[in-house]
Design a protein around this ligand. Structure first.
Ligand SMILES: [Zn+2]
Length: 310
């Protein structure tokens, strides 16, 4: 099957309905602000092939029952277990392999990188901070974790040295004290420069909802413009969508990229599909899906407040 890069860009421009080959377009409006409504894990292309939802940016908690973790990992769709340096608590790829390796339905497709469990796939990804910008590293070599850096360029260099793909993650959401804000005019040139050095820019992040300090749907809209302008200079950069789920297992596989199942044989075939733009975007700034306000409070705000309530 041929999903060309041109089609990817078309799908983005036309919105979620453009990928409605499996009959999902009519439901697009239901995805607004409701975690229970999510991009379907599998859709079919016009010629009947399975397209699998690949959510490469999610941080589920390791502190859930094995049964619940198995259910999430084994459900249809692909999840990137996105590790970060700093406090432990995120279910990483290595944790998941350790917990599942003796299960008869588990198979590692590429050691250290990509596995299949029941109907689901999971891969190792990492989130790395570089100054005020964040990056998602995909399909990188080596076992050790990435370190956060003061400079975005150093992070890109670190990921390239390990042969990884670089996603500029939700570049207009800037950390500000305990919360986030939308990037300002002074930060704009750094964002566009960094965009030009990246392979992908995250144009839809389901956690960028408009609540309290956030007001961040604007961040998704700005990132979409950045990608469509070729990083402000007609430089090719591919669009990327993810859940960016935090803690709750059910927040993974909320949205992402649809990749033909034929391309999920191993980390190499998956990478080739991503690099060449052979995928559809599942989410967009306008239609979502976004995590619900209640779920956002539960997964993002309450954990910050709990230490003060004890
Ligand atoms: Zn994240």
């Amino acid at each position: 099957m041929e999903i060309t890069r041109r089609k990817v860009l078309q799908a983005l421009g036309l919105g979620f309905g453009a990928v409605a080959v499996g009959g999902i377009g009519a439901a697009a409006s239901l995805y607004l602000n409701n975690t229970k409504n999510r991009s379907p894990p599998i859709i079919q292309s016009a010629n009947g092939e399975n397209l699998v939802l690949c959510d490469l940016h999610c941080h589920p908690s390791i502190n859930r029952t094995l049964e619940d973790k198995m259910e999430m990992l084994g459900s249809p769709g692909l999840v990137g277990l996105t590790e970060r340096s700093g406090p432990a608590g995120i279910l990483t790829y290595h944790d998941a392999v350790q917990e599942l390796h003796s299960h008869p339905d588990f198979k590692e497709l590429t050691p250290g990188k990509m596995a299949k469990f029941k109907e689901g796939y999971f891969v190792r990804t990492a989130e790395v901070h570089g100054g005020f910008l964040d990056f998602i590293a995909i399909d990188f070599d080596g076992e050790e974790s990435f370190s956060n850096q003061d400079s975005p360029l150093t992070v890109i260099q670190d990921i390239r040295e390990r042969n990884g793909l670089v996603v500029l993650s939700t570049p207009y959401s800037v950390k500000d004290g305990v919360g986030f804000r939308v990037a300002n005019a002074e930060e704009e040139p750094i964002i566009t420069e960094t965009c030009r050095l990246s392979d992908f820019v995250e144009v839809h992040d389901s956690y960028n909802i408009d609540l309290l300090w956030y007001g961040l749907k604007e961040s998704n809209r700005a990132a979409t413009k950045l990608q469509q302008s070729g990083c402000g200079a007609n430089d090719p950069v591919l669009p990327f969508a993810s859940s960016d789920g935090h803690r709750e297992l059910g927040h993974c596989k909320l949205t992402g990229l649809y990749v033909a199942e034929d391309n999920l044989k191993n980390a190499g075939t998956f990478r080739s599909a991503l690099e060449s733009g052979d995928y559809y975007l599942a989410g967009n700034a306008k239609d979502g899906p976004y995590t619900s306000r209640g779920e956002f409070v539960r997964s993002m705000i309450l954990p910050k407040l709990l230490p003060f309530l004890k």
